[in-house]
Write a protein that binds this ligand. Structure first.
Ligand code: GAR
Length: 189
């Protein structure tokens, strides 16, 4: 897809931003239906912000202590920048029902488990503790219930006997980087 027609997208991050990196790389390819117009973080120390600055992507930090006010500001920012899609990429805050309603069907999330299993936090350790044979990652639409919207794509990987939550997280993260662009293509191409 050529530049001007691409869907202007905001990426929301809280931490290392490796999914942001992979989405950014993807966004520069011809086949990408999206371009990245904004990065939003709730955490000023998020490592991903260093990347967005390096790439000169407009990035904004919002303190989520007063969520309703902050979400209002974010919505204004999204409107100003003509953002049409939000990709949550390691964003660790829960958006309000009202916010989600305003962007209905236009917010995607990546979650490091095979949803509907292991919603919420600490997914890898919980999967290991339950002696699961497989785990993976899921890309889904965001609705008002945590990690519960329509699934777009999933990738399953084997849990090895010697896996720790760290080693499993690392292997899954690699898959996440491939899955997110695929999900965007599935949705918009
Ligand atoms: C990823 O594993 C992502 O799936 C997870 O946080 C990590 C962020 O990594 N997201 C969640 O747990 C959301 N509930 P990144 O900052 O390097 O993309």
């Amino acid at each position: 897809m050529i530049g001007p027609n691409k869907i202007k997208t905001a990426i929301f991050i809280s931490g290392s931003g490796t999914n942001l990196k992979s989405l950014y790389k993807f966004s520069l390819t011809k086949k990408s239906p999206i371009k990245i117009g904004l990065v939003i973080s709730n955490n000023k120390d998020a490592k991903g912000l260093l990347f967005s600055k390096k790439k000169k992507i407009i990035s904004k930090v919002f303190n989520f202590k007063r969520k309703i006010i902050v979400e209002h500001k974010i919505l204004k920012e999204l409107k100003k920048r003509k953002i049409r899609l939000i990709c949550l990429a390691g964003f660790m805050k829960i958006l309000s029902k009202n916010f989600i309603k305003k962007f209905k069907g236009k917010i995607i999330n990546i979650h490091p488990s095979l949803l509907p299993k292991y919603k919420g936090l600490n997914t890898h350790q919980r999967a290991i503790n339950n002696s699961e044979k497989f785990s993976g990652c899921t890309i889904h639409l965001v609705n008002h219930k945590l990690d519960s919207g329509k699934i777009i794509l999933q990738k399953r990987i084997k849990i090895h006997k010697q896996d720790t939550s760290k080693s499993l997280a690392k292997r899954i993260l690699k898959e996440e980087h491939k899955l997110y662009p695929k999900a965007v293509i599935k949705l918009y191409c």
